[in-house]
Design a protein. Sequence first.
Length: 400
Amino acid sequence: MTGTSRRFEGRQEAVLKQMKGLGLRRQTRSYATGLHDIDSTSQLTCASDAPFEETSDYHVESTAIGAADYSDASYSEEHSEAASDSPSSCSSPGSPRAAAPAGILPEEFEFLQAHGLERCTPLKELGQGGYGTVDLVQVALPSGRTIVAARKVIHSPLYAQARYERELRGLVLCADCPFVVDVYTSRVTEDGQFEFLLEYAPNGTLYDMLKAMELRRRGKEKLLMTVQRIQYYMACILQGLHFIHSRGQAHRDVKPGNVLMAANGRPMLADTDSMDAVTVTKRAGTTSYQAPELWRASLQPPGYTADKADMYALGITLAEMAAYPAGGNGKLQQLKDDPVANTPDYVPADLKDLLCGLLAPAAKRLSVEQAMAHKFFEGLDMEGLSAGPLGFAVQLRQAP
């Protein structure tokens, strides 16, 4: 056993006590055994199969970005020089937002911004891969309280200053949205590492959950989960996308692996390092979730914007939630090619209609507002989504 493993194991009791104090589940795994491998790890997914390309017009002067920069709901960009790709030599933490997150007092949040990353204590490793690592950490606050968070450390040379600024900018822009993962603080270290202290999502990712549910389905021809659960998860993701799109931005990497599950079961969009203005229509994100018109410009109607590509990726995510997670042995591709003909018979009519509307050609594809108003969500309390799943209990179960 390595020293790191002994250190993490020695703190197992502390993290269980802390999770109990926060009302979280014990560490009973988040649906699947071997949850945090690099292809499906919470808060550490690759934003693109292709090298990162800076496409935005904005320029951030420093790593400390204030929430006031994005207070205008209409969101206007300042045009300036292209962002530098060289890491900052500053080792002090950034202060990415001004207002304290829910459940954290202003003075506690001020401490987190100034000292959260340098004074956090590692509890266990959540994931690791070519881009970096994610650890579960705890921070003792001056008030006497202790919080748990996720520390994301990125050391890959492919992740440069411009990409860090874009991810931080996206997190700050969505700081007031309960359907996007929250950021407490961030910094660029003297040795060029990029670090974030993020809201901890103990239930893993939607990808992990779907993978475990597929194992439990055991090949039966039926919905992967109940209609009510699909309604809830989709409505939460739509709320997050509506928040982003209404500010003139597109997420550009919507997929189950980038949807984190909060302690109360609420889905939250994550990994904003591909986020950019809706007017930027270059390819971004994960190839298998990219809309056809991103590959063939001739398929883009006049006035095309990248929020349409987000809706297509959401359509694929919905297809995985209902029928074919992680590809479905080629059946998912058939559904993408012709959703009307290839949607399974066990999918209800309203759900199929929503799915076909999201996977339609760009000119006919549903917008986020149209999707939210779809009859599939009839009777769902859109105002109460942030409180947690409606109509069923949140239970973390291990895959068989």
